[in-house]
Each structure stands twice: as structure tokens, then as C-alpha cells.
Ligand binder design. Structure first.
Ligand SMILES: [Fe+2]
Length: 356
């Protein structure tokens, strides 16, 4: 037989490891007998003469492992007490005792959540055996709950780890994609830093900034699917080549589907960073406020970095000239607030471009 003390599970509120039992009966002699039997089993016992007193004791002294209660009592009777305990202290097992051999009463008690139902008079052996079984069942329920919570936590941790590994992978991919090309090396990191500074100026903080940081870093990830010859072409692109390059935002969004649920903003940035305020951008031709704010911010950062770095087909603009150009296209190509915030975030353009 397992002693009650050993059944203290991982969720057991009692620190001492000694199980407590509350005996509730309006007959002092019955209470005395029950307490003696339960004490022999290793319980620390307390007692109450009716349901109301029992509730007061529970409120004052906290949750016992076990309540053994008579059914017929003045005031709050056994069934009333059972309902209260099940609702307020669900980890406590309740064993009901009754002098009435009515099946319907027993069924009602069990339906209300009693752990067991015993008829008086109860022998010492029977009570001990039934209580032991109740405790074993209780321990199993608690263990199950513990393992379920443990497993849920482990699954959540694993999912988070998978997400981190995926992100590390795509971030490395984004950098590897740029590293091959002297013209774009460090572009994503710079865009990310410009975009975060701009977003801070616009009053964004916390998670919103994290999304912009990541969205800035990954905005061109879809270019992995674009032919390199097109990306580095020194002359003007044909309409067909242009439409091939225009596929990279949607492709990037597709690649990032594994983080779509946790970070939908990042996907919106990647998809919409080439939209224009006047609706003439791609891939969706969104206009003005239809374009997610975060994508409008990254578009400003992206444009600035593209203008201030050397490209195969043109020399870089100075930061001052680039900011002038951003201001010129504010309201048509770029979001005016985002351009103003960018200019305010970098009041001394001679410090630009930021090194990646
Ligand atoms: Fe792009």
C-alpha cells in the first residue's frame, strides 16, 4: 500500500509532504473515529461539524488532499459542500459518506465529482482501502496533468527553436546572397538599421521594431530566385526582365511562410516593399494607406541605400542628394511621413551611409 505522503505529486500544494484530510460530520463521535483511522494512514487531520464550517476552514487553511464528508448535515449539507469544493478547490478529492443506501444519491454524488461514496457504518479496513484507491487515482490525475503541461511546454520550446533555426537560416541566406555581389554587400543590414531608426522616429517600439528589423533584413530574400545575370545587368532591363525581377517580393513572402503565424508583419514588409504611394508599384499595385506602414518605412530605407551605394549602371549619390531625392518623391513614390521621419532620424547626412 502506498502511504499518502508518497502520493504528493508535482502539483501538490503542501510543501511539507504530509497529506491533510478534513473530516466533516455533525456527529462528534463519527468525526473522532474517522480522524483516528485517517491519522493511522498518515494524514494530518482537521474537522468540521457541517458544510459551512468546512468551507470556512478551507478558506482559512488552504487545500487539503482529502475531504471525507457526511451527506446529511444541518446548513450546507454534504452535496452542497461537494459542489463548493469541486468548484473552488478542484485538486481536493471528496469521499462522501451516507447512512442511506439509495443508489440515486450515490449516483448524484459521483456525478457531482465525488471521488467515492461509502455507506455507513464503514469498517476501518474498507475506509482505508477506498481512501488509498482515491489517493492513487488522484496522484495519477496529477501526474498526467503534470506530464501534459510539461509536454506542452516542451512542444512550444521546440517550435520556438525551429523558428529560430529557420530565421537564422534565412538571415544567413540573405547575407550570402548579397556577399557575392560587391554592389549590394551589407545592403539588407543597412536597410534594416535605417528602417528601425525611421520607425523609432515615428513612435514605433517593442515588437513592431523587431518586425521592422527582421523585415528590413529579409526584404530582398526572394531575389534568391532571380537570375544573377539580371540582378547585375549593367544596362537597362527589358520589360520581360523587369517582370522577372518584380517576382521577388511575392517569392520572398512564400519563402517566409514558416514564420507567417508569429510574424505576419515581416511577410507584409517583404511582399510590399516595392509598392508606391501612387499605386504604381508592385506586386499588388497598392496605394497610400493600403500599403502596410512597416513596408512604407522599409521602402524609404531601401531607396536611400540603393541611391547611396555604387551600382553597376551608376555612381552613388551623396547622402544629402539622396535625401533630397527622397523628399522629391515623397507623396508619389514614397510615404511622406516616413521620408520626413528618415530625414529627422539622420539630421547629419555626412555620417551616412551607416556601415553594415
Ligand atoms: Fe527589393
Amino acid at each position: 500500500m502506498t502511504a499518502p505522503g508518497e502520493l504528493v505529486g508535482p502539483l501538490e500544494p503542501l510543501a511539507a509532504g504530509v497529506a491533510r484530510a478534513l473530516v466533516v460530520d455533525d456527529e462528534p463521535s463519527v468525526r473522532h473515529a474517522l480522524r483516528r483511522i485517517l491519522a493511522q494512514m498518515g494524514f494530518a487531520t482537521i474537522e468540521a461539524g457541517d458544510g459551512g464550517e468546512a468551507v470556512s476552514l478551507l478558506e482559512r487553511d488552504g487545500t487539503p488532499t482529502l475531504v471525507v464528508s457526511d451527506l446529511r448535515m444541518p446548513g450546507i449539507d454534504g452535496l452542497g459542500l461537494l459542489r463548493i469544493v469541486r468548484e473552488r478547490w478542484p485538486d481536493t478529492s471528496v469521499v462522501m459518506l451516507s447512512g442511506m443506501a439509495e443508489t440515486s444519491v450515490a449516483i448524484e454524488c459521483l456525478q457531482e465529482g465525488a471521488a467515492d461514496f461509502l455507506l455507513k457504518p464503514v469498517s476501518v479496513g474498507e475506509l482505508q482501502e477506498r481512501v488509498t484507491r482515491v489517493l492513487e487515482k488522484r496522484a495519477l490525475v496529477q501526474q498526467n496533468r503534470f506530464y501534459q503541461q510539461y509536454l506542452e511546454r516542451r512542444v512550444a520550446e521546440q517550435a520556438e527553436r525551429i523558428r529560430e533555426l529557420f530565421l537564422e537560416g534565412v538571415q544567413l541566406l540573405a547575407r550570402a546572397l548579397e556577399a557575392k555581389d560587391a554592389y549590394t554587400r551589407g545592403h539588407s543590414i543597412r536597410v534594416s538599421r535605417y528602417a528601425v531608426a525611421t520607425a523609432e522616429r515615428l513612435g514605433l517600439s517593442g515588437l513592431a521594431l523587431d518586425h521592422i528589423r527582421l523585415g528590413g533584413e529579409l526584404h530582398d530574400i526572394g531575389k534568391i530566385g532571380t537570375r544573377e545575370a539580371l540582378l547585375h545587368k549593367p544596362s537597362a532591363l527589358t520589360p520581360e526582365e523587369r517582370s522577372q525581377i518584380a517576382e521577388h517580393p511575392a517569392l520572398g513572402e512564400q519563402m517566409l511562410q514558416p514564420i507567417a503565424r508569429e510574424s505576419p508583419t515581416v511577410l507584409r514588409i517583404v511582399r510590399s516593399h516595392h509598392e508606391r504611394i501612387d499605386g504604381r508599384g508592385f506586386p499588388d499595385g497598392l496605394a497610400g494607406p493600403q500599403i502596410p506602414m512597416e513596408a512604407r518605412i522599409v521602402a524609404v530605407a531601401d531607396s536611400f541605400d540603393a541611391m547611396t551605394t555604387l551600382r553597376p549602371y551608376r555612381a552613388p549619390l551623396t547622402p544629402e542628394a539622396a535625401i533630397e531625392e527622397l523628399t522629391r518623391v515623397a507623396g508619389s513614390q514614397l510615404d511622406a511621413d516616413a521620408v520626413a521621419a528618415f530625414a529627422a532620424a539622420f539630421p547629419d547626412p555626412t555620417l551616412l551611409p551607416l556601415s553594415a
